[in-house]
Design a protein around this ligand. Structure first.
Ligand code: 5GP
Length: 194
């Protein structure tokens, strides 16, 4: 088991066969040591990709993205889920359906923060149906930047997200890949990272 799989087994709560609660280290309280390890792992996997920017989505993507950005020495831009008074003109927007919240969200970033020459690593906390990931990809496409790949903290491999991203030719790197889960336990697709 790698460091994240172990943490998920120790602290994750399986709410249903499709929803995992990890609010003790990722979605509410944040474990900075673990985020540093995750960020370092993303940076290592994408170090030869010429990344110039990391794009993520508020709020739970930000912590792992910041550490990856620190290690790759690139800035992080996070898409906002709600319109902000200070985020007014020059916006890129796309629409994302959230299965956990069962609502459609308009996500946005300021155009000036993603430039046509950028080579972007997209990071998110979970990959389920791929909606958030594809919404972020659309923002990067609108900016005429290129996508080097996706760094996912926890992938639920029994849902269609990875397939959707791979069908579009994207590289997907997930630190923990859940094969299946229920209240009795969680099984992972074997990983090379310890
Ligand atoms: P997707 O857009 O791939 O369907 O879902 C990804 C987004 O939904 C993530 O950004 C995450 O916030 C949320 N999400 C999806 N599945 C889970 C889950 O099992 N647990 C938690 N905590 N969040 C999830």
């Amino acid at each position: 088991m790698n460091f994240l799989e172990k943490k998920i087994c120790d602290e994750g709560i399986v709410l249903s066969p499709s929803v995992l609660k990890v609010d003790s280290f990722l979605n509410h309280q944040i474990d900075p040591e673990l985020m540093l390890q995750i960020g370092t792992e993303f940076a290592d996997r994408f170090k030869n990709e010429g990344i110039t920017k990391i794009v993520t989505i508020e709020s739970s993507g930000i912590a792992p993205a910041v550490f990856a950005g620190l290690k790759l020495s690139v800035p992080i831009v996070f898409a906002r889920k709600k319109k902000s008074l200070t985020l007014t003109d020059g916006l890129l927007t796309s629409s994302v359906y959230s299965f956990t919240k069962q609502e459609q969200n308009e996500i946005s970033v300021a155009k000036k923060f993603i430039q046509p020459g950028d080579r972007v690593l997209i990071i998110d906390d979970f990959l389920a149906h791929g909606e958030a990931a594809l919404g972020l990809a659309e923002l990067v496409d609108q900016a005429h930047a290129t996508i080097a790949g996706f760094g996912i903290v926890i992938e639920k491999s029994f849902q269609v997200g990875r397939q959707k991203l791979e069908d579009q030719g994207y590289r997907v790197e997930s630190i923990a890949r859940i094969k299946e889960m229920d209240t009795k336990g969680i099984t992972f697709i074997l990983s090379e990272v310890m």
